[in-house]
Design a binder for this molecule. Sequence first.
Ligand SMILES: Nc1ncnc2c1ncn2[C@@H]1O[C@H](COP(=O)(O)OP(=O)(O)O)[C@@H](O)[C@H]1O
Ligand SMILES: [Mg+2]
Length: 429
Amino acid sequence: MTGTTTYEIAPSAARLTGSLRDIGYDFPTAIADLVDNSVTANASRVNVYTHFEPNGSYVLISDDGDGMTERALIEAMRFGTRRSYETNELGRFGLGLKTGTFSQCRRLTVVTRTTPKRATFNVMTLDLNRIARTDRWDITAGETSAAIERAKDLLRESPGTVVVWEDLDRVLPERYAESGWGRRRLRSLASKTAEHLAMVFHRFIAGDVPGRGEVVICVDDEKLRPWDPFAPDEAERTVLEEHVFEIETANGSSEVRFRGVVLPARDRFSSLEEFERLSGPLKWNRQQGLYIYRADRLVQHGGWSGLRGIDEHMKLARGAIDFHTDLDESFQINVAKMSVDLPPALRQMLERPVQELCVLADDAYRRSANSGGRPDSTTKSSKASETALRDVGIALKAALLEDSSLAEFRGVVETLRARHPALAEQLDL
Ligand SMILES: Nc1ncnc2c1ncn2[C@@H]1O[C@H](COP(=O)(O)OP(=O)(O)O)[C@@H](O)[C@H]1O
Ligand SMILES: [Mg+2]
């Protein structure tokens, strides 16, 4: 080849920042992406504040993490931050801070402090109005406003970072920004955010993540209680055996864990309030299915990822899938961390355990609906043979379910119950 010529064609800042606003966040998921950053920066407290004021509303996300030096802050403001990640760091694309922010507002300021003794701040602003005007990727230092001053106040005592959102054009479109509607909307988004954060960070809030303490998260001064889809405190739940799968990566392999849990039916829950609380944001039926955790942070909450459909009878079935960040590509995590795909190899390996989970969940559901409770075992057979028969029952159900439709299967069970009630009971059908 001879004489090739290279042209650098840097993207238009004005055009690109405009289009990057629409990559699939909503208010709660955008905030969650910023909380990821706080958690990664070793924060033990994260506060989200929403402030309504006619034409001056703002949102603050503050943490007591490591903070950033001026250099680190300038790099952090870049679309596509240049840095390397350690295994299981929650960041990935170097975009979340910017894309999450601009999905909701036009002006991002980061106020940060690393110095433990002196209250010195680094303050940088990225403003879409400015970029639209200049078509340059510029940030400005030392801007000020009521929101930025409040952010500094939050860092008066110790290091940390506060992200400031102003000019909330997507949250409060102009003509509503002054009205009571705007106030109500901001309040309702705050409560949705509280619900979302309590769910996606429940392991962090509960202190369940190995190697790190509890992370306190507050939204408008209300401390979040973790929402754990697996109801660890319920005595009547059934926890199935864990399955560990090896999935190949570009340079080796990585473990994926699956554990199914059958939650207790309503009449077996410790209280009606707990049953309602565990129902979740989308309620029991739509919260059945897979809960996928990337480095302990939830990236999918419910649904069966195409393995099967939502079914009223399976509403007590929930399964946890855990993967490490070295499988990001196999799971095709998206920028907003709101969707993943199961790698095809894993999909296949999950079929049986998911089937088993669903059979047991169906059982638990029908027991409560039909008889209001499990019959006491009155057979004389020994514990061991009881267990063996139950296992036969489970295997039988799993096999039948795989081949035939649920309706046909139920017919078979009914017939067996009618003809051989004792055996049906022993088989735990
Ligand atoms: N709250 C924070 N505390 C400390 N550093 C932060 C904080 N938020 C962002 N950063 C820094 O900014 C960088 C860019 O963040 P982001 O755009 O969310 O991309 P990513 O998290 O994928 O790296 C992070 O990698 C981190 O170094
Ligand atoms: Mg991030």
